[in-house]
Design a protein. Structure first.
Length: 87
């Protein structure tokens, strides 16, 4: 899901729908992140698009800062960290 243009919501944040989907998923699954990994990946993808479009100095309340985002993406690729938090 690549919704970099979904920013027509009230706050203008292009990744708000992905962030809200994660919150809803966590609530439905008793905060078990392993059930929501696909949604986390979608948020990170949206955030990557946000920074590619707006530059690394841009800020979004729904996205980690660019250096942290890149770290989290690499961490997920190497360790599959979120999927292993809760079994």
């Amino acid at each position: 899901m690549n919704n970099k243009d979904s920013g027509s919501d009230n706050c203008g944040d292009p990744c708000k729908s992905q962030a809200c989907a994660i919150q809803n998923c966590l609530k439905r699954n008793n905060y078990n992140e392993s059930k929501c990994t696909a949604l986390i990946d979608q948020l990170y993808s949206c955030c990557q698009n946000f920074y590619q479009t707006n530059g690394n100095d841009a800020r979004s309340p729904c996205c980690p800062i660019p250096t942290l985002l890149q770290f989290k993406i690499k961490q997920r690729e190497i360790e599959k960290i979120d999927a292993n938090l809760l079994n």
